[in-house]
Structures are given as C-alpha cells and as structure tokens.
Write a protein that binds this ligand. Sequence first.
Ligand code: ATP
Length: 328
Amino acid sequence: MESTIKKIGVFTSGGDSPGMNAAIRSVVRTCAFHQIACVGIYRGYEGMIEGDFIDLGPRDVNNIINKGGTFLKSARSKEFRTPEGRKKAHDHLVGAGIDALVVIGGDGSFTGAQIFNQEYGFPVVGIPGTIDNDIYGTTSTLGFDTALNTVVDAIDKIRDTASSHNRLFFVEVMGRDVGHIALNAGVGSGAEEILIPEENLGIDRLLESLDKSKNSGKSSSIVIVAEGDKTGKNIFELKDYVEQHRPQYDIRVSVLGHMQRGGSPSCFDRVLACRMGVKAVETLLSGESGYMVGIRDNKLNLTPLDKAIKGHTKIDKELIRVSDIMST
Ligand code: ATP
C-alpha cells in the first residue's frame, strides 16, 4: 500500500471505555505491518498541545488487549477548543513528523478532530470508543458490549438478594441521553420494567406494571432506570413515590455508577477493536480522511465525521416489545 503517510499518531480522548487499549494495539500493529511509524499521544488533545508523545512499536503494546481503560490516558482539553490551542497541537505534530491521526473517543473528540481537519487539512480517522453506544453510523461502539456484560453480571447478583427477601430493586445504569445500556441489559437480565430517556411512559405505567407483576405471582422485581429517564424524578425520588403509592413494597436502590466503564473488555469488544484499528489505519493509507469507522451487519463501514457527530442513534423498538412480552 503506497501512501504519502509515513507516521500516524494515535490517542484516546473523552471518557474511557473498555477496548480502547485493544484499539491502540491494533493501530500500532497495523502501522508496523505496513512499515510506517506510530506515535502514541498521551492524554488526548492535552498531550497533543504539550507534545507529550511516545514512539510505539509492535512490542510496546504487548499484554494490553485484555486491559480496561487506556494506557495512553484520556483527558478533556479546554485549550483545544481555541484556535491558539490547536495551533500549538499542530506545531507539535508537524515537529514530530506525524502526518495523520487516529482518534479513539466519543462525538466531542470527533468534533475536535473534524475542526482540526478543516483548519489544517490534517488527515484524521475516528474510532468510536464509548460505553453508551450513542454514536450514529455504527451499531456498536467500543466498550458497549463489555458494559452490558458488567451490568448484567451486577443485576444477576442483585437479583439473588431481591428474591431472597421478596424485594423490589431499582437499579440505575448509565445513559443520560440514550437507553441502549438500560434496554439491552434489562432484557438480558430479565428486568420487569425498563425506564429509558427515549420513551416517557409515565410513572403510573410503572405502578401498573408492578401491580401486574405482583398479581401474576412474582414476589421480587428488578426495575432498570437509565440516568436520563423521563419520569422527571431521580431514582431516589422514584423509590419514594412508589413506596408512597404502594406501601406493601420493600424497595432498595442500587446505583451502578463508574464500575460500568471499567473491566477487561469482552471478546466482542477486543475483536471489534482489532478490526476497527486495521480499518482506521488502512483508510488513512488509502488517502481518505474525515471518517469514522463503524460496524453494521458485521461489516465495517465508514461514516463522514460530521454525520457521525450530528446524527442520533435510535432505540430498537423491537427490543422494547420483546421486553414487554418477557415481563408477562
Ligand atoms: P464522552 O462520550 O465520554 O463524553 P467525548 O469524546 O464526547 O467522550 P468530550 O469531553 O465531549 O468527550 O470531548 C473530548 C475533547 O474533545 C474535549 O475535551 C475537547 O478537547 C475536544 N472537543 C470537543 N468539542 C470540541 C470543539 N467544538 N472544538 C474543539 N475541540 C473539541
């Protein structure tokens, strides 16, 4: 593959997600395979502005495919939002001989990359790394599958105690704007009700559903609540409301929090990271830029960065129906 690109910089930016290390490894090894150099940029755009770089060869990324987080660290950079900050970053990249970038992150990171690409004509390709699965152009983002497995595992454990004490548990999972984690993990863990930001069914429907569940002989229940659900109440207020209206319930709340972002990536996320890393580097080497690598129907694809940034993912309506049927 003949290309003018001789050195690629790779970095992770925004919130970390499991699979980022595997993606860095893939980028580094794909560069080595095509006999071009690879440089790791520490702490996202912060490290780019400071010139905090490290040369990476294939042996420097041994034993990281199974590690959560990102060994290059991630950060949020206010300075990169300014033309002055981006100029410093550009000077450091040019000084280090870096002539293209692979950014692993969410839509904010892609926005920064897109602006940088337009300002300096600097070739960039993005890999979607976020547990929320909220990026348009891909049915899976890196870390989503691992987060689902983590949540399902936690809910299985909560269910043990729920059923031992005939309790109702409200479990909060991540998802301020999208309910992908809540819906998928809810179906996978057999939750009785799932509250997501995309659907506002109202609190009364929750009460009805709990009544139905009790009348059908269930003695314990799990309700999954996405952070951004639209009942207008946080999970503790929701608990108080249900206790007020259904005093027979013994309700407990569990907020899963940051544990959802950590842990060793699942096999699915590792394989996805390997595939996306290869595609990102080879896209740059073929002379294309300004795209995000995604996956659909198990085929890798490219989406223009501006579409990936502006587009919205849709919740799977079929899964909502399946969830309703499963709670019969
Ligand atoms: P997450 O999904 O976890 O929030 P993200 O990639 O969306 O990940 P952000 O904090 O939104 O995370 O963005 C990461 C970084 O991208 C910001 O700290 C900033 O440096 C850069 N960035 C975001 N928006 C812009 C912008 N409009 N102009 C320049 N840089 C930006």
